[in-house]
Design a protein around this ligand. Sequence first.
Ligand SMILES: Cc1ncc(COP(=O)(O)O)c(C=O)c1O
Length: 378
Amino acid sequence: MSYKIPLFDLNFDEKEGQAVAEAIKDNWISTGPRCKAFEDRFAMMLQVNHAISTSNCTVSLHLALKLIGVEPDDEVICPSLTFVATVNAIRYMDAIPVFADVTSYELPVIDPEDIRKKITPKTKAILVMHYGGFACDMDSIMNIANEFRLKVVEDACHGPLSEYKGKKLGTIGDIGCFSFFSNKNISTGEGGMLVTNSSELNDRCRLLRSHGMTSMSYERASGHSTTYDVIELGYNYRMDDIHAAIGLVQLDKIEADLVQRNMIREMYLKKLSSIDGILIPFKGYKEFLSNYIFPIVLKNSTFETRDKIREQLAEAGIQTSVHYPAVHRFSIYKKFYTELPITDYLVDNLITLPMYSKLTNEDVFFIVNTLNSILSNE
Ligand SMILES: Cc1ncc(COP(=O)(O)O)c(C=O)c1O
C-alpha cells in the first residue's frame, strides 16, 4: 500500500547519485578519503574532537560499550522507550540492561531520579537515548555519573545537531553514537558515527572498527604503510566511501532540512492546540532541535483505541508509527522486566505523525483535520 502522506521521505535529489558515481570513477569505494572527509565535517559540525564512521549505529553502540570497559554482568542503566538496538548493544557485552522509566508523558526521556534509584555496586554505565532529538536532562545525568563514577554513552541517533544548553547532543557524555539509516535526519542507507573528545578512545575505536589492525587498506595503497599488525580482537564495522559520498551531500543539506522541519513542528503545534484529547510531548521545548519525529500522546486512552485511530489514519492515506514498542516487554527481555508505568502508558498510546522536510502546510492541515474528525467520533 502506498500512502498519500508517508511517515518519512528522503531528502534526496540527483546530487546523491552524482556523488556515488564520482566515488566509483575515482576508483576507491571502501573506507577511504570520503569517509575521512565525512568524519572531519561531522566532527566540525558537532564541535567534537573525533568522529569515527561506522557501518551503522548498532555497531557504534557496541563499540562504545566495549570502549568504556563494560564487562559481562556489569549493569548498564538505559531506557526501555527506545529502538531495541540500544539495549541489544548492552547484551552483546553480556552485560545487564537495567531499565529506567522516562520522566513524564510530557518529557519522555530517561528520568534522572529513576536512574539514581537503580544504581547498585554493579552499575558501570548509563546509556541514554535522546528521544526524537529532544535532549535528556544531561546536567542531572552527568552529575549522577560523576557522583557514582559511571560512564555515559549517548544514543544520539535522533539528534544530529540538536543541542542541550549550547552543546551538541552526543558530545556531552564519554561517547555519542549516530545512525544514518534511511529514515534518519542524515540518510546514507546504512551508516553510523561514533563521536568522542578523547584521543585514547578515538585511537582504540579505529583499531576495533577494523579487525584490530594497525593500518587500513587505503593507507597501504597510498604508500603510508606497507604492512600491519593485529593487536586486538576487532571487527569489521567500517563505513565505505560510497555511503560516505552520500553522507557528504546530506551534510550539505542538513541545516536547511532542520529549518524546514522546525517550521513543520511549529505548524503542527499551532494546528493541534485546539484538540483536547491529545498531549504533545516537549511542547514548550526551546533548544535547537533535529525534529526527527513528531509524536503525540492520546489522553485517557488504551492501546486498542490508539490502534483503531492509527488504522483510520491509514485508511485516509496517512502513514503513522509508534516510536517505540517498549523493549522491556519484548520476549527476549523478559528476564530483565521491571515495572515502568510511564513508559507503559506511552508505548500503548502514542502515535508518531509524519515528519520530514518535504511535508507541506497542506499536508499538515490534512493530517490534523483528519485526526480531529477521527477523535471527535471516538
Ligand atoms: C534510537 C536508536 N538507536 C539505535 C538505532 C540503530 O541504528 P542503526 O539502524 O544505524 O543500526 C536506531 C535506528 O535505527 C535508533 O533509532
